[in-house]
Design a protein around this ligand. Structure first.
Ligand SMILES: [Zn+2]
Length: 199
């Protein structure tokens, strides 16, 4: 049988994406193979552009193409409430909730000494300085469920409550493990309204 080594390599690359199995990888690889040279050039240059232009906002950790993200520079935003998250892509879902006009902060990772993920790696200290500088009054935690996440939440809560900052978490109307980006804004709005204070 004719061996298509480069094709196999491309399929292997594609299979590394979440929820792309062998069949899907093969289908995408065939599609790429059938694209014109111009289309492929554009595709490659888009990937390159995304990698070079997008970075984390130095203030809040959201992905942005600007020096500082548009949420941090928006003067109409209230800094009283800040939603704390672990994944930049959850912001899109919260930003559709009209009743929320606060700000966001994305930690770089959980704090998990077992996995060599320290407080420094998580960016927690930058977040704590931000809470102080921007006089944030309430931190709403929008993650949780796994052991690592719960450990991170308890560390964050302990520190913030000693500084008299209110810490709450969004209500449990959302199934565990559910990716927030797929939750509709009404459900998310209810989860925010029904948030429970952690003491
Ligand atoms: Zn920002």
């Amino acid at each position: 049988m004719n061996e298509l080594k480069s094709f196999e390599k491309l399929k292997d690359n594609l299979e590394k994406f979440p929820s792309i199995g062998a069949k899907s990888a093969e289908r995408i690889a065939y599609n790429l193979l059938n694209m014109s040279d111009e289309e492929i050039e554009e595709f490659i240059s888009n990937i390159h552009e995304v990698k070079t232009k997008i970075h984390r906002c130095p203030n809040c950790g959201l992905l942005t193409e600007q020096e500082t993200c548009t949420i941090c520079t928006d003067p109409t935003r209230s800094h009283d409430k800040c939603i704390l998250m672990l994944d930049s892509k959850d912001v899109g879902a919260f930003d559709k909730v009209e009743s929320f006009n606060g700000v966001y902060h994305v930690l770089r990772c959980n704090i998990n000494p077992g996995k060599q993920q320290t407080r420094k790696d998580s960016g927690l200290d930058e977040f704590l300085s931000r809470v102080e500088n921007e006089k944030i009054k309430e931190v709403i935690v929008a993650f949780g469920g796994t052991i690592e996440e719960e450990i991170t939440i308890s560390i964050v809560t302990k520190i913030l409550t000693t500084k008299n900052i209110k810490v709450s978490r969004i209500a449990r109307g959302i199934p565990r493990g559910q990716t927030l980006e797929y939750v509709d804004s009404l459900t998310l709005s209810d989860a925010l309204d029904g948030r429970i204070e952690i003491k």
